[in-house]
Design a protein around this ligand. Structure first.
Ligand SMILES: C[S@@+](CC[C@H](N)C(=O)[O-])C[C@H]1O[C@@H](n2cnc3c(N)ncnc32)[C@H](O)[C@@H]1O
Length: 276
C-alpha cells in the first residue's frame, strides 16, 4: 500500500517535471488528433473555457449535486450481489470528477467527434459531459452501456433532458451479452470511453473487439489504468498493440490514438492533469 502510494507520487512528480518537454515533443509529431488532445489537455488544465462551456459544465455539476442528495437504493443483483447502495454514495465513488468530465468534453469538441461510445454509464455524470459536447454536432450519436437497470433509468432521464432521444441510447445488460447488440447498430466510433469492468482480460477483449468499430483516426480512453496490477498490465498490452500510433498515460486515464493513415506506431507520452 505505502509502496504503491510512493510509486504513484514519484511517477506523477516525474511527469510534472517533464511536462513542458513532453508537450513540445507531442506537438512535433504534427498529428492533428494528437495536437487536439494537447489543446484539450492545456485548456482543461489551465481552465481556458468559453462562457458557454462553463455554463454547460455547471449544468453537469448541478446534476451531480442533485444525485448527491438522493438516498434511493440501487440493487446490484444483475452482478449476482445482494448489495444495495444509495445513489449519493454511488455518485461519490463512481462518477468521474469535474476535471475529467471537462477533459472528456474538450476531447470530443476539439476533435469534432460525432459518434461516441461509453462503457460504464453509471448515473450518467460523464455521459452528461459527453452529450453536452455533442450538442451542436449534426447527426451525432452517443451510446452508453450499463449492466444495472436502475442506473440506466436514472441516466436515461438525465440524457433525455440534454439531447433529443434520437441522439443517444443506453444498452442495458452485462457486456458479455450486450456486445452483440452494439454490433447490430453498425456505428463506427470516433471516441470510446472505457469506464466499466476494470479487469485485465475483459478490458483487453473490449479493446480488441472495438478496434474494428472505429472511424479512424479514433481515440480510445481507458479509465483507472493504475487501479490494480491487472489494469496496469492491460494498459501495457493495449498501448503496445500493433495498431496503436500514440499513447498518453495520465496515471488515471490511458489514451490511445489509432490511425492507419500514418506509419507511427507505439509512441508513448506521459502527462499529468490532476490528482483526483
Ligand atoms: C466507474 S462506473 C462508470 C462511471 C461513469 N462513466 C461516470 O464517470 O459517471 C462503472 C460502471 O460500469 C458498470 N459495469 C461494470 N462491469 C460491467 C459489466 N460487466 N457489464 C455491464 N456494466 C458493467 C457498473 O455497473 C458501473 O455503473
Amino acid at each position: 500500500m505505502i509502496y504503491s502510494k510512493i510509486k504513484k507520487h514519484l511517477s506523477i512528480t516525474l511527469n510534472r517535471l517533464n511536462q513542458t518537454r513532453v508537450l513540445k515533443l507531442m506537438n512535433t509529431q504534427q498529428h492533428p488528433t494528437l495536437n487536439n488532445i494537447v489543446d484539450a489537455f492545456l485548456e482543461t488544465k489551465h481552465v481556458l473555457h468559453t462562457e458557454k462551456d462553463l455554463q454547460l459544465f455547471q449544468d453537469c455539476e448541478n446534476y451531480r449535486t442533485q444525485l448527491l442528495t438522493n438516498k434511493n437504493l440501487i440493487s446490484y443483483d444483475v452482478f449476482g450481489s445482494s448489495l444495495k447502495n444509495p445513489v449519493y454514495s454511488i455518485c461519490e465513488k463512481a462518477s468521474s470528477k469535474p476535471i475529467w468530465g471537462q477533459f472528456l468534453y474538450k476531447l470530443i469538441k476539439n476533435n469534432n467527434s460525432k459518434n461516441v461510445l461509453e462503457m460504464g454509464t453509471n448515473l450518467g455524470v460523464s455521459g452528461s459531459y459527453i452529450l453536452n459536447a455533442l450538442k451542436d454536432t449534426a447527426n451525432s450519436h452517443f451510446i452508453s452501456m450499463e449492466g444495472v437497470p436502475d442506473l440506466c433509468n436514472i441516466a436515461s432521464q438525465q440524457f433525455n433532458s440534454i439531447n433529443p432521444k434520437t441522439q443517444h441510447s443506453i444498452i442495458q445488460g452485462l457486456y458479455d451479452k450486450t456486445f452483440a447488440e452494439l454490433y447490430k447498430k453498425k456505428i463506427k466510433f470516433n471516441l470510446c470511453f472505457i469506464d466499466g469492468n476494470h479487469q485485465k482480460d475483459p478490458t483487453i477483449d473490449y479493446f480488441q473487439n472495438l478496434k474494428s468499430r472505429l472511424d479512424l483516426p479514433a481515440i480510445m480512453i481507458f479509465d483507472d489504468i493504475n487501479w490494480s496490477n491487472d489494469m496496469q498490465s492491460a494498459w501495457e498490452i493495449i498501448k503496445s498493440d500493433q495498431d496503436v500510433c500514440y499513447s498518453i498515460d495520465l496515471f488515471k486515464w490511458g489514451i490511445i490514438i489509432i490511425d492507419n493513415s500514418v506509419s507511427d506506431r507505439n509512441i508513448h507520452f506521459n502527462l499529468h492533469l490532476s490528482y483526483s
